[in-house]
Design a protein around this ligand. Structure first.
Ligand SMILES: [Zn+2]
Length: 126
C-alpha cells in the first residue's frame, strides 16, 4: 500500500497518509489544523521502505516483545512504548515523546487506575 508523507505549510506539522490503492491517492487536508490540500507539500514517498518497516512491525508484534510488559505498571508500558518509538522513528506523532514521558511519570497511570477502580467486582453468579 502506498504511503505518502506531507508537511503542512500552515502549521509545519508532518502527517503520513496511507492509501488503499495507487488510484486513490489524493492530497488530503492537514489532519492537524485542517488546512486545505493546496497547503500540503508532499515529502519523499515512503512506498519503497514499506517492506522493511512491515517486517520491523512484525517483529514488534511478536508476543515475546510484550512478555515483560506489565500493563498495570505505567513505567513498564512506557519502556515498551519508548522501544516501539525507536523502531518507528520518523513516523511518530510530534507529541509521542511527550506522551511517553507522561506515561513514565505516572500522569497517565492515574487515569487508568481510576478506570480500573470503576469496574465492579465480579460477584454476580450467572
Ligand atoms: Zn496544518
Amino acid at each position: 500500500m502506498p504511503v505518502y508523507e506531507y508537511r503542512c505549510a500552515s502549521c509545519r506539522r508532518r502527517s503520513s497518509h496511507l492509501f488503499r490503492t495507487f488510484a486513490s491517492i489524493a492530497t488530503p487536508p492537514c489532519p492537524h489544523c485542517g488546512a486545505k490540500p493546496e497547503r500540503m507539500q508532499k515529502l519523499i514517498s515512503r512506498v519503497v521502505v514499506m517492506k522493511s518497516e512491515e517486517s520491523r512491525l512484525e517483529d514488534l508484534a511478536d508476543p515475546s516483545t510484550f512478555a515483560d510488559v506489565d500493563e498495570n505498571d505505567p513505567r513498564s508500558v512506557a519502556r515498551w512504548a519508548r522501544k516501539l518509538g525507536e523502531q518507528l522513528g520518523d513516523d511518530l506523532p510530534d507529541d509521542y515523546g511527550e506522551m511517553v514521558d507522561q506515561l513514565e511519570s505516572g500522569e497517565l497511570g492515574d487515569e487508568s487506575d481510576e478506570a480500573a477502580g470503576g469496574i465492579p467486582p465480579a460477584a454476580d453468579d450467572l
